[in-house]
Design a binder for this molecule. Structure first.
Ligand code: IMP
Ligand code: MG
Length: 178
C-alpha cells in the first residue's frame, strides 16, 4: 500500500481552536464535578494531552486513564471485530467518565469502549471525539462532544496514523491511499 499526503484539512491553529471550543463546552457542563478522562490508545494521545490541559486551565478537576483496543482492519476499514488489549487502571465506578477518541468512523471502537466502561457502573459516561466521519457509521452511536465533522477521507497527523506513520504531524491532512 502506498500513500501520499494530499491536503492539510486542519492546521495547528485550527486544531488548537477546536480543542479550546470543546474545552469551553466540557468545562461548562462539568462545572464543580471531577472528570475521569479515558483515552483510547494510541491515536488519542495528542488530543487528550491538549484537551486535559485546556480543561485544567478552566479549573476542571481531571484525571486520565487509557484503554487500548485492537480493531481488526481490512486496509483502512474496521471489520467490527474488536479485542481489548489494555483495560483501564483506575476504578471507574461512581466516576464521571469522559471517553476520548481522536476520530469516530464506523463507530465500532467507540461503541465497544462505551459498553466496556458502561458495564463498570460509572456515575456518568460521555464521549468526546476530535473528528467525526458520520457518513461511514455502521453502529448507531453519536459522540456527545465532537470537534469537527469531515467527509469520507482518510486523515493522518495529530495522533492519527496510517500503518503507524504520520502520527507526529502537527496538522491533520488527507491522504490518498492506493
Ligand atoms: P471505528 O471503529 O471504525 O469508528 O474507527 C475508529 C478507529 O479507527 C479510530 O480510533 C482510529 O484509530 C482509526 N481511524 C478511523 N478513521 C481514521 C482515519 O481517517 N485516519 C486514521 N485513523 C482512522
Ligand atoms: Mg483510535
Amino acid at each position: 500500500m502506498s500513500s501520499s499526503i494530499r491536503e492539510v484539512l486542519f492546521s495547528e491553529e485550527e486544531i488548537r481552536e477546536t480543542v479550546r471550543r470543546l474545552a469551553d463546552r466540557i468545562s461548562e457542563d462539568y462545572r464543580g464535578k471531577d472528570v475521569l478522562m479515558i483515552g483510547l490508545l494510541r491515536g488519542c494521545f495528542f488530543f487528550l494531552a491538549d484537551l486535559i490541559r485546556e480543561l485544567s486551565r478552566r479549573g476542571l478537576d481531571c484525571e486520565s486513564d487509557f484503554l487500548q483496543v485492537l480493531s481488526y482492519t481490512e486496509r483502512t476499514e474496521s471489520s467490527g471485530e474488536i479485542q481489548l488489549l489494555k483495560g483501564e487502571t483506575l476504578d471507574v465506578s461512581g466516576r464521571n467518565v469522559l471517553l476520548v477518541e481522536e476520530i469516530v468512523d464506523t463507530g465500532n471502537t467507540l461503541a465497544f469502549a462505551v459498553e466496556h466502561i458502561g458495564s463498570k457502573k460509572p456515575r456518568s459516561l460521555r464521549t468526546c471525539v476530535l473528528l467525526d466521519k458520520p457518513a461511514r457509521r455502521r453502529v448507531p452511536i453519536e459522540p456527545d462532544y465532537r470537534g469537527a465533522v469531515i467527509e469520507n477521507h482518510f486523515v493522518v497527523g495529530y495522533g492519527l496514523d496510517l500503518n503507524g506513520k504520520h502520527r507526529e504531524l502537527p496538522y491533520i491532512a488527507r491522504v490518498e491511499v492506493s
